[in-house]
Design a binder for this molecule. Structure first.
Ligand SMILES: Cc1cc2nc3c(=O)[nH]c(=O)nc-3n(C[C@H](O)[C@H](O)[C@H](O)COP(=O)(O)OP(=O)(O)OC[C@H]3O[C@@H](n4cnc5c(N)ncnc54)[C@H](O)[C@@H]3O)c2cc1C
Length: 379
């Protein structure tokens, strides 16, 4: 059986960042990603200023391709605009460009990257570590495992924390498509309506990424027509300012959809296998910091695993798991609390959203968003 120090499940920002950090610290690391085209997923394409210091050193060329975003614009259902400058410039970039660049960076730094290889089963071997079973390959024994497999997964021996949950009041659905011929600006635009929002962000090659999140009750029975993004979001939102903005724009990609989308904090380890990124907790997407939190938590997990493996008594790594849980919780607890009022507002009736938009100064919106950012807890 092949052996490795760290086996990482999932090649998104959390998994790739963990692979880069583990390789930098001299570990033998393998990362498996189930899809062939890394990064084809529903996302707003907004890289928060807080994520950029991590990425600038690793993938400067990909970041240069993206669009610079200096401002955020929030539109209420009645079209009222609240605009504020971001604390530092952000970048708009498609996920195929971002995840693909991180994947290549991990490979160049010595991680063994296996695309189009899903992990089918995980077996805990006690003090001997873990055994991973990739589809179509022989099993691999790992001294440590990191689950970075996103909001949900299907792996024997590693129960998904959202598997089997019933559809509930907190279920949302996301969809995304790329557009051209939209007059460009240096702002990320968020159009709020009762039961959802639509975000527009300029990305690479003069394109715009349009992404929406709606409560499932708004879209019941309409998914079949999702292909025409603009018509669909028009019907769900009835937002005149958004319809006006998208007029004349040309959809140049298929619509990609995902459901359920359920913000929650989850467990940070499973019998000593650490969990990072969305797999450990999903923050409401309109905060625009999910990628940053995923990348930071992946890096943190790899650092703690490397430190643990350097000690002879690593065993099942329970001490490492305890320490990682404390550091992760300390870094994101505030983000989840700060996102809560915003989440409530997205679900509120349009009249209430309009009132809040009228009363709330732009500086307060900026403060609320700032509260959702990853803040490293003291080691
Ligand atoms: C509608 C919407 C809009 C968003 N917009 C933004 C935004 O603008 N900015 C932002 O910062 N964040 C945004 N987010 C959040 C962001 O997309 C996530 O927080 C981020 O992708 C988390 O990264 P991750 O690496 O944890 O998970 P993912 O990016 O989901 O990566 C997990 C990977 O694991 C793989 N995987 C799963 N199971 C297996 C298996 N068994 N074997 C191998 N591989 C497996 C998956 O294929 C996937 O590639 C948005 C999310 C949604 C839903």
């Amino acid at each position: 059986m092949e052996e490795t120090d760290l086996g990482i499940i999932g090649g998104g920002p959390a998994g790739a960042m963990a692979a880069i950090e583990a390789a930098r610290r001299g570990l033998k690391v393998d990362v498996w990603e189930r899809t062939a085209i890394v990064g084809r997923k529903v996302c707003g394409g907004f890289l928060s200023p807080e994520s950029l210091p991590l990425f600038e050193e690793l993938i400067p060329d990909a970041l240069r391709r993206g669009s610079r975003i200096a401002r955020a614009e929030f539109y209420s259902p009645s079209g009222r605009l609240r605009s504020f400058n971001l604390p530092a410039p952000a970048v708009g970039l498609s996920r195929v460009a971002l995840d693909g660049a991180l994947w290549r960076a991990a490979s160049e730094r010595g991680a063994r990257c296996h695309a189009a290889r899903a992990i089918m089963a995980v077996k805990y071997l006690g003090n001997r570590g873990w055994e991973l079973s990739p589809a179509g390959d022989g099993n691999v024994r790992c001294r440590a495992v990191l689950a970075a497999c996103g909001r949900w997964w299907k792996i024997d021996g590693l129960p998904s924390q959202t598997a089997g949950h019933r559809r509930g009041a907190h279920d949302w659905m996301g969809a995304q498509a790329h557009f051209e011929s939209l007059p460009s600006s240096d702002a990320v635009e968020l159009y709020f309506f009762s039961g959802g929002y639509c975000g527009l962000a300029p990305i690479e090659d003069g394109l715009y990424n349009a992404c929406f999140l709606v409560h499932r009750s708004l879209v019941r029975g309409r998914q079949a027509r999702l292909e025409d993004f603009r018509e669909w979001i028009g019907e769900a939102s009835r937002h005149d300012a958004l319809a006006c903005r998208l007029r004349g724009a040309v959809q140049v990609s298929a619509t990609v959809a995902t459901a359920p989308v359920r913000p929650a904090r989850k467990s940070s380890n499973f019998s000593g296998a650490l969990v990072a990124g969305d797999a450990a907790g999903f923050l409401d997407p309109f905060t625009g910091d999910g990628i940053s939190i995923a990348a930071h938590s992946g890096r943190l997990a790899a650092r703690e695993i490397a430190r643990g493996l350097a000690r002879p008594e690593f065993g099942a790594g329970r001490e490492v798991a305890r320490r990682y849980r404390r550091l992760l919780a300390g870094s994101v607890r505030r983000s989840h609390w700060a996102a809560w009022p915003l989440r409530m507002l997205v679900r509120a009736p349009a009249e209430l959203q309009n009132c809040v938009a009228a009363a709330l100064p732009a500086s307060a919106s900026a403060l609320l968003v700032a509260g959702t950012r990853w803040r490293p807890a003291g080691a």
